[in-house]
Design a protein around this ligand. Sequence first.
Ligand code: HEM
Length: 478
Amino acid sequence: MADLLLWVPWVLLSLLFIYLLDLLAQSSRHLPPGPRPLPFIGSLHLLGDQPHRSLAVLAKKYGPLMSLRLGAVTTVVVSSPEVAREFLQKHDAVFAARSVPEAARDHARNSVPWLPPGAKWRALRKIMATELFAPHRLDALHHLRQEKVDELVSHVGRLAREGAPVDIGRVAFTTSLNLLSRTIFSRDLTSLDDHGASKDFQQLITDIMEAAGSPNLSDFFPALAAVDLQGLRRRLTRLFARLHRLFDGEIDKRRTLRGRNTGKRGVTDKKEDDFLEDLFAAGSDTSSSTVEWAMAELLQNPIRMDKVCNELVQIIGSRRKIEESEIGQLPYLQAVIKETFRLHPPVPLLLPRQATTTIQVLDYIIPKGAKVLINVWAMGRDIDIWSEPEKFMPERFLERSTDFKGGDLELIPFGAGRRICPGMPLAVRMVHVVIASLLIHFKWRLPVEVEGNRIDMTEKFGVTLAKAIPLCVMATST
Ligand code: HEM
């Protein structure tokens, strides 16, 4: 025992030596500035449970291009449009690879969001661009989506007649799922009245987003990944297995149908299932949270609520049915949605990129393998870009031509460059039409018990930034 104690000071001294060497190496590597890391954990203790907010505060001190050591991993955080342009446009090819979360590693092999930018990824992106989300394809299935929007309106109408509150996130989620399903399978996955199935889907996708977005020790200390200390990989594997089972029935039906049409029997292809599941996971939660945040902001801003409703009455009038092709005639509604994306980007840090080679960006060196986070949430609230950034003011977008399609780096809720969200053309249609339909057909108010207070706008961080307290409101048919 006494012998063992003799070793303790030596071990401590050696660790201190390694730490100092690491600090020295870091300063000689010309990394972007950042907080001085503690031994072993680096700056992990600074992240908290709202990393997008903690990183925004740190960027105020260290600048829009900063580096942090999170555990053993060098992480670069971008917080301004000028720096984002360097990463997403100028050096897009170097940063087109993803840093894959350890928990999703098994699933990632056939998953568009996590695949490396090679042949398989290019082929799947091509299918999406030409077969699923090309404008003429979306136009062709417009009538199928319209039926689902009609169902949303009659479902909310029923709740209004019963005097029951409407959980906006839930109805928007089921509707998004069905709009995606009608676009991808030409048929339904769930129904609004079918509480069991759609609730299962929503819970499952929320759980997947949370598990994939939770800070995981395996990501910060890759040497420990095999142990899966927090059990997140096992959890995500179980969740994906459940999602597979839920989808299997639907995919089988579709194959049988296709088999009948082509005379060939459908073959089970797990890779294709993974690809399709990813689209539902990537598209439903992001779209429905946009609807929920937009409605929450409008309910808190009655003047803006009146403005958007008046525009709808003027353009849509007594027909009371909005077509996807009419979105272009609704500039104030478009401004409301841009403002919602600015304040509540559904994917606040985009999906993490990784440097495929060591490269100089501006005056700094970004080492090969560094993880890159683009803090679009911080950019949306930057006072140097937006006046009164904390306020919900859609009018600001009537005066500037900023769009969210990847060209204007100050507003990139869908990302930019070659990894930009491929589902954007569908998401834009869904979000505008769902919000417009909820506003054309109903007047909205808060339940009496909430009315005196403001709506709780607390965020819950995951891959998607959800509203922590669901928005439940009362509707009256107009
Ligand atoms: C409001 C709705 C949506 C938002 C805000 C959103 C946002 C994003 C963001 C930020 C990324 C990462 C981009 C980057 O790293 O630069 C992404 C990727 C992706 N999104 Fe979306 N998305 C939405 C809807 C959809 C829909 C409807 C689909 C498909 C049905 C979809 C499918 C995907 C896929 C497959 C990727 C991975 C692309 C890749 O890595 O190559 N998204 N999305």
